[in-house]
Design a protein around this ligand. Structure first.
Ligand SMILES: Cc1cc2nc3c(=O)[nH]c(=O)nc-3n(C[C@H](O)[C@H](O)[C@H](O)COP(=O)(O)OP(=O)(O)OC[C@H]3O[C@@H](n4cnc5c(N)ncnc54)[C@H](O)[C@@H]3O)c2cc1C
Length: 159
């Protein structure tokens, strides 16, 4: 797997990861995405030429920017968000699955304690989980920076 991080003009990290102008690139076709990856790795030695050549033949090509989701609130009315939809911390945090599972468990506990009042439950859920998510997102941004990525992964801002 080859990771691609933004912005495109950054130099390659030693891990072989690169930057893109994503997430705009996420919505473009495979050809354009491949071209961006080829341009990012042009002139690189080691395994880069072999990987670029294999990319064109891959039947499981996957391209996605590494982004975070920042929302002012995680619920409205009787609807609440859990996991990446509400507070994605980016793969660089390594905590997305934990957040989704702990988020679901926290929400269930809040609903059980709120006596059937979803508004109270959603408030308690968010108040309890926000600090944990903020820490994970900060770590996700810090880790992205070590790959040559941007410190602000929420692009465009989702607040
Ligand atoms: C490359 C990569 C590496 C990662 N590495 C790690 C890691 O090492 N450790 C870690 O903890 N996390 C990692 N993550 C993050 C982790 O995968 C996510 O944070 C986690 O899966 C989020 O869970 P979720 O349930 O919130 O969302 P998802 O797992 O995305 O589940 C959402 C589900 O909703 C479905 N869906 C979407 N729209 C609709 C619709 N309209 N109707 C019905 N269904 C719909 C989707 O198909 C999907 O099945 C990584 C992610 C990526 C992309």
């Amino acid at each position: 797997m080859v990771g691609v991080h933004q912005p495109l003009q950054h130099q390659a990290g030693q891990q072989g990861e690169r930057a893109t102008a994503s997430p705009a690139l996420d919505r473009r076709g495979r050809q354009e995405q491949e071209e961006a990856v080829r341009a990012a790795f042009a002139g690189h030695g080691w395994e880069a030429p072999r990987l670029l050549e294999a990319m064109s033949r891959a039947d499981d090509f996957y391209f996605s920017s590494s982004c975070q989701v920042h929302l002012d609130r995680w619920s409205t009315g009787r609807v609440a968000l859990v996991g990446d939809a509400g507070y994605c911390a980016a793969p660089t945090s390594g905590m997305g699955t934990s957040q989704a599972l702990i988020g679901a468990w926290t929400l269930v506990r809040a609903l059980a304690s709120a006596g059937g009042d979803p508004t109270a439950a959603f408030g308690a859920y968010e108040a309890e989980l926000r600090p944990y998510v903020a820490e994970n997102q900060a770590n996700g941004r810090q880790a992205a920076a070590t790959f040559g990525g941007a410190a602000d992964l929420a692009d465009p801002p989702t607040r």
